[in-house]
Ligand binder design. Sequence first.
Ligand SMILES: C[S@@+](CC[C@H](N)C(=O)[O-])C[C@H]1O[C@@H](n2cnc3c(N)ncnc32)[C@H](O)[C@@H]1O
Length: 233
Amino acid sequence: MTSSPNSQDIQTLFNDIAPIYDQMNDWLSFGIHRVWKLMAVKWSNPHPFDTALDLCCGTGDLTFLMAKQIFQGKVIGVDFSSELLAEAEKKQHNKSLNSEIQWLETDVLNLPFEDNSFDCATMGYGLRNVTDIPACLLEIQRVLKPQAKVAILDFHKPSEDWVANSQKWYLDNVVVKIADFLGTSSEYAYIYPSLERFPNGESQIQLGLNAGFSQGIHYPLFGGIMGILVLTK
Ligand SMILES: C[S@@+](CC[C@H](N)C(=O)[O-])C[C@H]1O[C@@H](n2cnc3c(N)ncnc32)[C@H](O)[C@@H]1O
């Protein structure tokens, strides 16, 4: 899938990889994705009693981290993949959390929430996958309360050529080969083309400001191969 996929293609892709999704994340990042996810949650600025939103929650890693950070609040994890949400619900049984969690199967481009509903929000590896990034940012801006923050974690194209080439080599030769072994190479081959289409940090900030956020800052991580965009309403 190298041309821009439509929403249905994306939904099918994530439903298909649901059984191996968590295992692949741990193998491919050597577990470091957990640190990046914790950073994203912290930078979304959660507080006790908050109502928080985790967009494109998948199997719920960020949702669970948020539900640990927020004491006596509520976290809503939204995603349009029923299979990944089912994995998230299974994982919840073994967790001790400080807040209530609600899972919701819905499209993040059309959120079923009132304006100004959430105190903070996270999105992990979701923005690169939505079919309309400006519309998605507008929707996030709409549902956040004034001054609230969203922290958006995703892959990033490094500015240094040698890092970008190493990243491409890793995605083409390690990620796709491991995925091939598990029978899902075409799904994981989709990461690099999606990254090529994804705006860089500076453009992401501009898109956030265009969507009505008052401030934006992009933090490159791990030599710039990952990044966290923090937008303040
Ligand atoms: C790479 S996964 C990330 C899952 C999780 N946030 C994580 O960090 O592990 C991307 C997720 O975005 C979801 N997604 C993509 N486009 C979406 C949309 N328009 N509405 C809801 N979910 C969407 C997919 O179903 C998938 O679960």
